[in-house]
Write a protein that binds this ligand. Structure first.
Ligand code: TYM
Length: 331
């Protein structure tokens, strides 16, 4: 059977790339009946500096956003990574199979470490922990944005190495990409880059918490090109095509339909159409998230309940892994 696993870091408000690219796709898989494990990757977030008090708030913010987006904590398992120690325990076993050379070669590691004076080891091990996150549930499918492919390749390589040494134990997790472009939303300020939380320009991404006015303002400042017509051409017109992608995701349309609707509008006017569609799609989520956020006890309860269920599943897998490796306690 399929088991879908995905995680998000609690590093401030979600942007629409995270929302359309990961969260909403998880919700749709859940609603189609998939067995979904979705967690808050708080351990991963420690690879960059986090203020402890802010981290706690961010975890609750993200929990509220996930519930507001439609994650149902009774059907799916929603929890924090740190509440299931097996992630870290399996991570250690996998670090003994991973090579420094392979990890040091990953683009994301190279980018991030290049900006640091002292590179924490956790940053290097980041993809190994991510592999453990999935394997500890024998995850089969991982819905993510394209930026995570490099990490999932490490996971499949670790599965191969593990099997070679110890015999078949895990399914090879498959990244689930999207067909609607939601897995690769671009920065609104520089369409040669992906939309990213760590971007220093706040106008580069739209957050789930942004008001309708802010959404409109950010879209009006979105960089396009010198052609006024609205046409869909990812290669040559990445900026406008990214706006069309956002429009389509917000209004559940195909690019052809969006372009037809934009007939006669220049990109400036079209931005208003996109803003209206986005406000309509995000408004209810934003409001539900705000209401849930005022109930921290409920959010903590949801996470506690998720942690209990996740631990049961992780224990079962981890015990069989220990036996494989030769670490099972003597009987
Ligand atoms: P994070 O928190 O950076 O991002 C959460 C999810 O959002 C996707 N995403 C995007 N999708 C489309 N367009 C974009 N511009 C965009 N930016 C981000 C990400 O691909 C991700 O799916 N390492 C992960 C968290 C993680 C994880 C895991 C994911 C930890 N363990 C195990 C899957 C399985 C991360 O940093 O996501």
């Amino acid at each position: 059977p399929r088991r879908v696993v995905s995680g998000l870091q609690p590093t401030g408000a979600l942007h629409i790339g995270n929302y359309f690219g990961a969260v909403r796709r998880c919700v749709r898989l859940q609603d189609k009946g998939d067995d979904l494990m979705i967690f808050i990757a708080d351990l991963h977030s420690l690879t960059t500096h986090q203020d402890p008090a802010a981290l706690q708030e961010n975890v609750l913010d993200l929990t509220a956003c996930l519930l507001a987006s439609g994650i149902d904590p009774d059907r799916s398992v929603l929890f924090t990574q740190s509440s299931v120690a097996r992630h870290s325990e399996l991570c250690w076993l996998l670090t003994c199979l991973a090579t420094h050379a392979r990890l040091a070669h990953l683009p994301q590691y190279k980018d991030k470490s290049a900006k640091m004076k002292e590179v924490p080891l956790g940053l290097l091990l980041y993809p190994v922990l991510q592999a453990a996150d999935v394997l500890v549930y024998r995850g089969t499918h991982v819905p993510v944005g394209v930026d995570q492919l490099q990490h999932l390749q490490v996971a499949s390589q670790l599965v191969r190495t593990f099997h070679h040494r110890f015999g078949r134990t895990f399914p090879t997790p498959k990244p689930l990409l999207a067909e609607d472009g939601s897995d690769r939303l671009l920065s609104l300020r520089d369409p040669s880059k992906k939309m990213s939380k760590s971007d220093t320009d706040p106008k580069s991404c739209i957050l789930l918490t942004d008001s309708d006015d802010t959404i409109l303002l950010k879209l009006r400042k979105a960089v396009t090109d010198f052609t006024p017509q609205v046409t869909f051409d990812r290669e040559n017109r990445p900026g406008v095509s990214n706006l069309i992608a956002v429009h389509c995701l917000a209004a559940d349309k195909l690019p052809e339909e969006a372009v037809e609707e934009a007939d006669g509008l220049d990109t400036g006017r079209y931005k208003r159409v996109v803003a209206a569609a986005l406000s309509e799609a995000l408004g209810p989520v934003r409001e539900r998230a705000a209401a849930l956020r005022r109930r921290p006890e409920l959010l903590r309860d949801v996470l506690r309940h998720g942690a209990v269920r996740a631990r049961v599943r992780a224990d079962e897998v981890y015990e069989s892994v220990l036996a494989r490796v030769g670490l099972a306690p003597p009987v």
